[in-house]
Design a protein around this ligand. Structure first.
Ligand code: NDP
Length: 281
């Protein structure tokens, strides 16, 4: 099934406009069948990107591609469940047949869990932190010098959501991947023991997004010698399935914040942005 959806070449491609497919910037967006991921794909396409739209549900993803790009060519599809190692490996394996390189990776897929349910909390960490990290690591070999990674984080990923003792540990500028993972695992252990709240841990959603922001800083440090820019973004509170009808922003405005972070001028890296402006973490 995968290979059937690999390519959709437009009858009138960018060659007709004096550029070749290989000149065109390419982006891959996770969780792009609906909500902010879909709208981000729409806006990136409007900016001239070829978009690899991915989703964990193939039917929903291919329907989104058909709606977005009925002629084919601008938007390609590949299934991707960011919590499934085999699914991540399949994208990494198939990507060279889809696009010449990846100029931009948007880690958008995410779930929310704000309550005390342990399984839902663990799933939220597995998706928002470990999943986004694993997708990034698998796709980094395709991101050239000067490419970008954008982590869709949240205002609920601000350090201030953490207990006072935990904040400096996440904010440590020399935090390593291993140290970050042990912080996240300490949260999962506290969750199991039922003492997460008393130990200063906020909701699983906040832990996942604080951790994603910490990973952004680690990755930007690792990749800056190659000029790969890695930033986190808050889209604001947005009227999607996750944000709910009462949210203050339209999906267009929220996705615009993501696209601005994905197209920041210069070599800004390791920052946290909303609406194209750096915000404190
Ligand atoms: P939605 O719930 O509308 O969409 C979430 C998307 O993520 C869906 O496409 C969903 O797929 C996908 N997804 C979930 N789990 C996985 C997985 N394991 N693998 C692949 N895809 C997955 O949420 P939003 O569009 O609002 O959220 C997008 C991002 O923005 C999230 O990271 C969220 O945390 C962040 N955000 C949202 C805010 C808001 O107010 N809406 C505020 C701040 C941040 P499926 O359809 O199959 O469920």
């Amino acid at each position: 099934m995968r290979s059937r959806n690999l390519k959709c070449i437009a009858p009138l491609g960018p060659e007709a406009m004096g550029t070749t497919e290989s000149d065109r910037p390419t982006a891959l967006v996770t969780g792009a069948n609906r909500g902010l991921g879909l709208e981000t794909s729409i806006q990136l396409r409007a900016k001239g990107f070829r978009v690899v739209l991915t989703s964990r549900d193939e039917k929903k993803g291919t329907a989104a591609v058909r709606g977005l790009d009925p002629g084919g060519g601008d938007v390609l599809y590949h299934p991707l469940d960011i919590t499934d190692r085999a699914s991540i490996s399949a994208v990494a394996k198939d990507l060279p047949a889809l696009v010449p390189r990846l100029d931009l990776l948007v880690n958008n897929a995410g779930i929310g869990s704000w309550g005390a349910d342990r399984r839902a909390s663990a799933r939220t960490i597995a998706t928002n932190y470990f999943g986004s990290r694993d997708v990034t690591d698998a796709l980094l070999p395709f991101i050239p010098n000067g490419g970008r990674v954008v982590m869709v984080s949240s205002g609920l990923g601000e350090l201030s959501t953490m207990g006072r003792d935990l904040r400096p540990r996440f904010a440590d500028p020399s935090l390593t991947r291993a140290a970050l993972d042990s912080l996240v695992n300490a949260y999962l252990t506290a969750l199991e023991n039922g003492d997460a709240k008393s130990a200063g841990w906020p909701s699983a959603y906040s832990v996942s997004k604080v951790s994603l922001n910490a990973f952004t800083r680690i990755l930007s440090r690792e990749r800056s010698p190659r000029g790969v820019r890695v930033n986190s973004v808050c889209p604001g509170w947005v009227r999607t399935d996750m944000g709910g009808l009462g949210a203050s922003r339209s999906v267009e405005v929220g996705a615009r914040s993501i696209v601005l972070a994905a197209t920041l001028p210069g070599d800004a890296t390791g920052g946290f942005y909303r609406d194209g402006k750096k915000i404190p973490w």
